[in-house]
Ligand binder design. Structure first.
Ligand SMILES: *Cc1c(COP(=O)(O)O)cnc(C)c1O
Length: 361
């Protein structure tokens, strides 16, 4: 059989979960609660739903490859020129495009671990080396990450907030870090969860764009905007960077339904506000319940909570929760990541934990 290069063979693949319907069928359960993928439990904005139904009859046409209306909407809101914007089939695709645009085999990308699993996969897919720097007190260790930047470093990935820990790096330390990043290294600032952040020390990443730095700011409609299934996100960078990335981008990478839904979602400010308020309420409820259950967790700035277990029991806990119809995400042997759901879903989660934990301790 044809064989890929060694750097492809050695990639550890991203393992997708089964469809909920399939799990329910296998386990003989109904109404499973899905708290595994950091999706918005309120669903998409009603305005987005309407916008999508209005374009159904045009789906024989190719989408607008330039994303004119969405870029115009974003440009007005962000105060950046449309030429500084690039749309992606999820911000995920933009990670991949950035890697393919700026890295060749043998180059390095610096990133934290644990962090978003797509960074090392993309890096390795072009024969790049993923330089992984352990978190420090559950946050990106920006000092060490700066130290790891070498001759072959092309990209530094910073997830802020970080997935899976939900932690942020503050504006002061981020500025110190940026002082140490040399010209010619691209800092990818992944802000997938920015709408949920409450801490006022959260950096304004657009400052670095205005200063002319080599940054690519990534944002998405998959989380607070509730459009994960449509796959749409965007990047913000100076025009020269966007122009190079556009050469590598598929001409029709974002689809018609996603583009109109994104515009409608941006205008429905109330839906985002509701989503964030619901998240705050769920977060506070779960903090209280986790404390009561003796579970250690990392305070979060996102829509999920990272739980540290006291012994390696994550996969067993996951299995038992699954059989009670609650889907969560094990993270290695000794941690879990749980998405904050609707009030009722959070209650079901807590009840399931109450039943399962005593048997495992
Ligand atoms: C969910 C997530 C994204 C968003 O991915 P999309 O491709 O836009 O759905 C990006 N970065 C991180 C860290 C995430 O957790």
């Amino acid at each position: 059989m044809i064989s890929p290069p060694e750097y492809i063979r050695s990639i550890r693949p991203y393992v997708p979960g089964k469809p909920v319907e399939e799990l329910e069928r296998e386990l003989g359960i109904k109404g499973a609660v899905k708290l595994a993928s950091n999706e918005n439990p309120l669903g998409p904005s009603p305005e987005a739903r309407k916008a999508v139904s209005r374009v159904l009859s045009e789906l024989n046409r190719y989408p607008d490859g330039g994303g004119f209306y969405l870029k115009r909407e974003l440009s007005g809101r962000l105060g950046v020129p449309a030429e500084s914007l690039i749309l992606g089939n999820g911000s995920n695709e933009l990670i991949d495009i950035a890697v393919r645009t700026f890295m060749v085999a043998g180059d390095e990308a610096v990133m934290a671990t644990p962090s978003f699993v797509v960074y090392p996969i993309s890096t390795r897919s072009v024969g790049g080396r993923a330089v992984e720097v352990p978190l420090r007190r559950w946050r990106h260790d920006l000092e060490r990450m700066a130290e790891e930047i070498g001759q072959r470093t092309k990209i530094v990935f910073v997830a802020n907030p970080n997935n899976p820990t939900g932690t942020i790096n503050h504006d002061r330390e981020f500025r110190e870090f940026m002082k140490r990043v040399p010209e010619g290294v691209l800092v990818v600032i992944d802000e997938a969860y920015r709408e949920y952040v409450q801490d006022e020390r959260y950096p304004d990443s657009l400052e670095y764009l205005r200063e002319g730095r080599d940054v690519l700011i990534l944002r998405t409609f998959s989380k607070a905007y509730g459009l994960a299934g449509l796959r749409i996100g965007y990047g913000i960078a100076k025009e020269g960077i966007v122009a190079e990335m556009n050469k590598v981008r598929e001409p029709f990478n974002t689809n018609t339904a996603a583009q109109v839904a994104a515009v409608a979602s941006l205008r429905d400010v109330e839906h985002v506000r509701r989503s964030v308020a619901l998240n705050e309420e769920g977060k506070n409820y779960l903090y209280g319940e986790f404390k009561r259950l003796g579970l250690q967790f990392i305070p979060t700035e996102a829509n999920f909570i990272y739980i540290r277990l006291d012994r390696p029991m994550a996969s067993e806990l996951y299995d038992r929760m699954l059989r009670l119809g609650v889907i969560i995400r094990p993270m290695g042997d000794e941690a879990l990541r749980i998405t904050i759901g609707l009030p009722e879903e959070n209650r079901v989660l807590v009840e399931a934990l109450e039943r399962v934990l005593p048997a495992l301790r």
